[in-house]
Design a protein. Structure first.
Length: 190
């Protein structure tokens, strides 16, 4: 169904609910007011699917995507949760019986689900062994290690800890040169 056809269906549902249920609609509500029903569409990570969730509904209900209509499995508390692989679609929750509150509710699209970001964005792409980037990372780490070692004592030179990291020879050569240079400068100035 396209938007125009869906509007016609919704308009006919409204008209039939007013004609058939007009007396019910005009009768004063007994007890507390019915809670508002809502429906949201949340895109999944990388927009591979959408999650459609709703609350505040009385069953039975149907979900319409503009082309097809399917029955919803409603929980006893008036909630539902559906995953669909259709993206960029407008969803509407429709009542099955004319005497139900909220004859139709358009689902509201909410923000994309957040993809967890890496903790250290500098190390997200692997560095090719022997590359200039690997040597630059070795120089930066070696400079910091040399300054830190000099701050502790000018008698003990920094030694690379190769146990936890897998780097190539270019990294460790650049690390050693930079660590020695920064260590000697810091100790010479102190």
């Amino acid at each position: 169904m396209y938007r125009r056809t869906r509007r016609a269906v919704v308009a006919s549902l409204l008209a039939s609910s007013v004609v058939c249920g007009g007396v019910v609609a005009l009768a004063p509500a007994a007890g507390a007011a019915a809670p508002a029903a809502s429906c949201t569409v949340t895109p999944g990570p990388n927009d591979t699917y959408v999650t459609i969730s709703g609350e505040g509904f009385t069953g039975p209900r149907r979900l319409n995507d503009g082309q097809t209509t399917e029955d919803l499995a409603m929980g006893p508390d008036g909630t539902f949760l559906v995953k669909r692989f259709q993206k960029n679609v407008d969803y509407t929750v429709l009542a099955v019986n004319e005497d139900q509150n909220f004859v139709f509710v358009n689902c509201k699209r909410v923000g994309t689900a957040q993809v967890p970001k890496p903790q250290n964005p500098q190390n997200t792409t692997p560095v090719q062994p022997g590359s200039r980037r690997e040597a630059a990372q070795g120089r930066a780490a070696g400079t910091q290690a040399g300054i830190a070692a000099a701050a502790k004592s000018c008698t003990t030179k920094p030694v690379p800890d190769k146990s936890g990291r897998q780097h190539g020879d270019a990294y460790w050569q650049a690390w050693t040169q930079a660590a020695d240079r920064s260590f000697n400068r810091a100790c010479k100035n102190s």
